[in-house]
Ligand binder design. Sequence first.
Ligand code: SAM
Length: 216
Amino acid sequence: MVMVIEVRLKHVKGAAESVEKSSYVIIEEEAQKGQMQSLFINKAPLHIEIGMGKGNFIIENAKKYPHINFIGIEKYDSVIIRAVQKLEEEKLDNLKLIRMDATNIDKIFEKEVDTIYLNFSDPWPKDRHAKRRLSSSTFLKRYDAIFSKEKKIVMKTDNRHLFEYSLMSFTDYGYQIKELSLDLYKDDYPDNIATEYEEKFHTLGYPIYRVSVNKK
Ligand SMILES: C[S@@+](CC[C@H](N)C(=O)[O-])C[C@H]1O[C@@H](n2cnc3c(N)ncnc32)[C@H](O)[C@@H]1O
């Protein structure tokens, strides 16, 4: 059974202004293309999450792995503001956020990303919308241009159809599967960091699928 949770985006008053003011948020991100490392104190591998939502995953990763630089990407001010609010009390030198549509990801990054996380990406269930899926070949082609050397994508989802589609899409595009779990919470993943959607679906008893793929 596929459960569809309807997401209504609430208007959050003043969100755009607060997001822009945050020291964590990169503004005029196109000007940083190819030079994202210069925004961080330490030069380190760069991991990005596309569609980070309210930011739990990327914030907790930044705390746990200070030797990695992280950038979280989210399309909506009304959502990214929740991450900005969580960060008000934090001092993380290895985390930045960008409010943007990932359709333009190859205009923002150039040969500088080491790992991409796709967590509970919008499934776009209709065939005619398949190109909008963040794991479609349309996006994989864009990612080619932003990876530094080896290309690594880690995906988690509760959506079996999106998962099956993504496995096909990754392997058709030349990615090799390195890790695969059809039930993350039954398998042994002690280092797992949950996202907001993951907590919700896991609590409801749904299996969480995870795959890690890479390509030379
Ligand atoms: C289903 S939510 C999952 C949020 C979070 N990753 C989690 O697991 O809790 C998908 C998020 O991706 C964002 N998103 C979808 N398409 C996007 C795109 N093209 N560019 C940037 N963000 C996108 C949505 O706004 C939404 O916040």
